[in-house]
Design a protein around this ligand. Sequence first.
Ligand code: ADA
Length: 562
Amino acid sequence: MSFPAYPKRAVTSLNGVWQFTFSQTYAWADETIGALTYDDLLPVPSAFDAMPAYNGKRGVGFYRRTFRCAPGRRGRLVFNAVGMVAKVFVDGQKVGEQAAAYTPFEVEVPASEKAEREVVVMVGNRFDTAIYPLHEIFFDFYAYGGIFRDVEFQVLPEQNLIDWVGVETLDYQTGEIRVRVRTADPASSCAISIDDELPQPRTPDERVDGEAVFRLKVADFTAWSPETPELHTLTVDTGDDAVRVRFGIRQVAAENGQILLNGEPVKLLGYCRHEAHPQYGPALPMAQLVADLQLLRDSGCNFVRGSHYQQDPRFLDLCDEMGFLVFEESLGWGQSCRHFTNPDFVAAQLKQTADMIQSSYNHASVILRGFLNEGESESEEARDCYERLIRLCRQKDPRRLITYASNRELRDLFLEQVDVVCFNIYPGWYAESRDDEQPLGEITSRIHRNLSGLKGRGLSDKPFIISEIGAGAIYGWRDPICAHWSEEYQREYLRIVCQEVVDNEAIAGVALWQFCDCRTYRGAGALGRPRAFNNKGVVDEYRRPKLAYETVKEIFRSYKER
Ligand code: ADA
């Protein structure tokens, strides 16, 4: 699996072929799984409703397999993502549940005298906010069901278990780092090694909130950046348990309207990316993750916004290795005050955001954290939820920049509280004018209007990122009059956007909407979404480039060469 690694635990990957059965009528509350007959096989990871036999179906899927564990030893099942909702049973007993489709989670497996254990994962993909408050039917991307990402089983040590290790850079010039270790006994010493050094016994420099904190220096390093994505490993060993994490030495800051990476201004040029493919849904094979990043690299990008949920930890590992800067956000899309005043929604939102922070803490690539894409942030009733999320991010991870993608522009109430202002805007696509020769003209004027509005509000010291902007184009649809939905219109649209972004010093970056076409609403919801896809990808769902691909690439690359 992806980092972290557990060198002293017996770890078994549970990826592979599992038994499977599916029901469209099974009630989510029903936990009588003993009577099930498994009549099919499915791979893990997979989205069952992206597989031909269950395409587009909603209901409950059951995945079953066995695994081995030394008798008398307790263990832990680690799931990197199960959506939309999951219940996990071991030897017929429920041991955990999850209602956050893209967030890694763990369940404890109690010891047993049996060496062969059975796991059943019950997976629901019906919309029901009473069960799953985070995902609504109105989101503009398809909600799949399945065990989307890697699964493993770890036999746990009897004592001195290490729960979590977090590394952060204190000084990118000297290589000073701070290491946070969560164990049962934060006062005890442990051995720490960086890269290939011999492990050194260390006593904690501090204890903070039940964590042991160590200050160390990396002796030999080059600061991590897109040009030099140098990574290091750090192993913490308590004698009984060991955890190895990977990190880079880098610092990020927001100053005078610019994003600084290791003290140098960096303009973020890239795309929003859904983790999606028509054949796999969100359960992308490694080859596709690499292919996506190769295409992004080829187009001169240094930036990816993981819209609108956490991307696969393997993808973040690749971003660390290939030198991409990432805006990571927790699942959210267009929520309104009825959500922000619902305590169940707020609690689920805070929890998934806290879990996201913990799971991606060591990724050098992640520089921006966000939540609640396009929430109703011009309303006073949203204040409590937004402020709690901002506080949570600051408290849990003060060394990254905090933002959220807003489509309320200058009506947004909370821009003062974040580090970076992010606007999603679609001038010239969802156009103001019905004059069919005018829409492209709206692009720069809307950007300039926003910039001067931010200045008027005293916010020009905050970096401004266009976190979405784009136009739909149906792959292969050419049109001499350059109408909406043609590849030509998208190309001309993105030419204007990208040129403005690279030429305008007041713009700190752009995440074009979007990298690839992705499946979205069915039924009448798809009336504005031909083919039931969001077609604003610069490559289609099979990653075939549209005309705009080369245009964006030319402009981004020429900026890089400046
Ligand atoms: C919004 C939203 C995206 C997508 C986009 C569009 O900005 O954040 O997910 O729906 O609009 O294509 O209209």
